[in-house]
Design a protein around this ligand. Structure first.
Ligand SMILES: Cc1ncc(COP(=O)(O)O)c(C=O)c1O
Length: 395
């Protein structure tokens, strides 16, 4: 029996929401759009669904105690994390190898700072989530973009191109698994090839698995640390409950670091920056999410999958537009190259005529030109509205 109502619409305006409030200033500045008040935001990756009540209750319960002194993450919270990944991903995580951070993005920044020097080469497969290149660049590392191959509208890694780069002296490779923005669930075979290459060329492999829990029927996420020979490679995996349970504003993430030398170095970096683990409310939220949020996640995935089917069916009817249902994530990668429109023209049509905000493909590197990313983690009525706006923009 279905328990949760994902059709419910919430007014998120004036809640200090990046997605609903701050974007207006951004589109005004970037695209010179005069009136952004009626634009429907389907861009940044958070959901317009109420979070599981169990998480809200856990935070409220903690709020009921009137003292908020120094705290630490409980063993019970670590056990909840461990149990979730065991149940959902057949991955046994030793709780001693879990290191907390305020987010996956700050964790990536810490990892890059700890294990590379200015000028070092960091390789990524593009198009990809922007901090994969913006953080290394901000830390004066050299970013090596290795474009993914688009085959039948789905991305594949070109391993010979990747090996060529590794041979030239790459220090670190950052994998997005499942892939944002492509929605690809990497196969065991792909992950094994990647791990072998990282061992062969002594490349530190960072696996960002923040989207691991949102995978559609017929696909299965494979944690990089579970593939053959993973223990022989240097691997750090980043995980988080924030995409899965729609709690990005809570700020919580974990690095799983089985290699003790890597862990020691990360601990030194933590000490150097005086960083702490999760705050008292975040750890209450994380524990409740992983202990009691399972049914919400299952129902949310089924709901989003249905939204995806709707968008794919509708947009594929438009001339010049090609969309394939992703294997994972609540983000759809839309190919509009067939329209002949430039990115600027497409964005202006969407924003001014359609009153719709989606992400332009070049945000994910030059390899994303000709594509858009649309977030469909919202009530179906909102999705339908978004599709109508998309159609209007192209009419
Ligand atoms: C691949 C990937 N990593 C990290 C993040 C954000 O992580 P956090 O909010 O924990 O910093 C996102 C958000 O969209 C993402 O897509």
């Amino acid at each position: 029996m279905l328990v949760f109502n994902f059709d419910e619409q919430f007014n998120r305006k004036n809640t200090n929401s990046l997605k609903w409030d701050l974007f207006k200033e951004r589109v005004k500045a970037k695209y010179n759009v005069e009136d952004a008040s009626e634009i429907l935001p389907m861009w940044v990756a958070d959901m317009d669904f109420a979070i599981p009540q169990v998480i809200t209750d856990a935070i409220k319960e903690r709020l009921d105690h009137p003292i908020f002194g120094y705290s630490y993450v409980s063993d019970a919270c670590k056990e909840a994390i461990q149990s979730w990944f065991e149940r959902r991903h057949n991955w046994t995580i030793d709780p001693n190898t879990i290191m907390f951070h305020q987010g996956v993005v700050p964790a990536l920044a810490t990892i890059i700072e700890t294990f590379t020097e200015p000028g070092d080469k960091i390789c990524i497969s593009t198009p990809v989530y922007p901090p994969f290149f913006s953080i290394p660049k901000a830390q004066n590392r050299e970013v090596i973009e290795c474009d993914l191959e688009l085959i039948n509208n789905s991305f594949e890694i070109d391993f010979s191109k990747l090996e060529e780069q590794f041979r030239l002296g790459v220090k670190m490779y950052i994998l997005c698994s499942p892939h944002n923005p492509g929605g690809v669930v990497w196969s065991r075979e792909d992950l094994e090839k990647l791990v072998q290459l990282c061992i062969q060329y002594d490349v530190l492999l960072i696996s960002d698995e923040i989207h691991a829990d949102i995978v559609f029927d017929g696909y299965k996420h494979i944690p990089t640390l579970t593939v053959k020979d993973a223990e022989k490679a240097k691997i750090i995996t980043c995980i988080a409950p924030t995409k899965t349970f729609n709690i990005a504003g809570i700020h919580a993430a974990m690095m799983v670091v089985p290699n003790v030398e890597l862990r020691n170095k990360l601990n030194l970096n933590k000490a150097a920056h005086g960083r702490d683990d999760l705050n008292i409310l975040a750890s209450a939220a994380v524990k409740a999410a992983y202990e009691e949020g399972e049914q919400w996640v299952d129902e949310m995935i089924a709901y989003v999958s249905n939204n995806m089917d709707y968008v794919v069916e509708q947009l594929n009817q438009l001339e010049g537009i090609r969309v394939t249902k992703p294997q994972s994530t609540y983000l759809i990668w839309i190919d509009y190259r067939g329209t002949g429109l430039s990115e600027e023209e497409m964005m202006l049509r969407l924003l001014e005529k359609g009153k719709l905000a989606v992400e332009p493909g070049t945000k994910y590197s030059e390899a994303g030109r000709g594509f858009l990313r649309m977030n469909v983690a919202c009530p179906l009525a909102t999705v339908k509205d978004g599709v109508e706006r998309f159609k209007k923009a192209l009419s």
